[in-house]
Design a protein around this ligand. Structure first.
Ligand SMILES: C[S@@+](CC[C@H](N)C(=O)[O-])C[C@H]1O[C@@H](n2cnc3c(N)ncnc32)[C@H](O)[C@@H]1O
Length: 191
């Protein structure tokens, strides 16, 4: 199993109910989503977008109207998805990434701060099948200060490099609750 942080559906529901994740609606958290939205618009302007672990729909909010009409978000948390659905015209489903299956094919699949909680080897391998030919995978991961998790994220990046062709990468540095935080956003294409 290649899971970096253990979590359960229950822990996500409780966290959202308690307001622990309210901060993801803050502008600093939207910077990386704005970068992801820009890459989708630039590389696949009319592309079908799948946002795995969409949370409350933070990425959806920064997409253009055209991108929004091509968007599907999925998240394990029914509480998060109910909040996402307060955003006009969003298509979002409460389902785990493990249980989600579809006949649809997507131009872009996004893992925006979610791969820590999934078996990333298995997930990336499985989600490849949901991509159209030349489809894109966009991944955002923050630089975890703890050394053992940092090593696991480095391993994850090595895995993605074996599965996909790297197109670009962007690093975003911001301030989160008075501490510096760094996110890596990497853009890949199906090999
Ligand atoms: C750190 S939040 C990021 C939310 C959103 N992508 C954003 O950037 O605002 C991680 C999200 O992953 C979801 N998640 C965790 N495990 C999941 C799983 N197995 N399947 C689908 N979603 C999952 C959580 O419910 C949570 O909404």
């Amino acid at each position: 199993m290649s899971i970096i942080f253990d979590s359960t559906k229950e822990s996500w529901e409780a966290g959202y109910e308690a307001g622990d994740w309210n901060f993801i609606e803050e502008p600093i958290e939207k910077n990386r989503s704005a970068v992801i939205a820009m890459y989708c618009a630039h590389l696949r302007p009319q592309g079908q977008i799948l946002d795995v672990g969409c949370g409350t729909g933070t990425l959806f909010q920064v997409l253009s109207t055209e991108q929004q009409s091509n968007y599907l978000g999925i998240d394990i948390s029914a509480v998060a998805v109910a909040r996402a659905k307060q955003k006009k015209n969003i298509r979002a489903i409460a389902v785990s990434a493990e249980d989600f299956t579809t006949d649809e094919k997507f131009d872009v699949i996004i893992f925006n701060e979610v791969l820590y909680y999934l078996d990333y080897q298995q997930t990336l391998q499985r989600y490849k099948d949901f991509l159209k030919p030349n489809g894109l995978i966009i991944i955002s991961m923050y630089r975890i200060p703890e050394i053992s998790e940092r090593r696991q994220v480095a391993k994850l990046w090595r895995t993605t490099a074996t599965l996909f062709q790297s197109l670009d990468e962007v690093t975003i540095i911001g301030k989160h609750q008075d501490a510096k935080i760094t996110w890596d956003v990497r853009i890949y294409q199906l090999k």
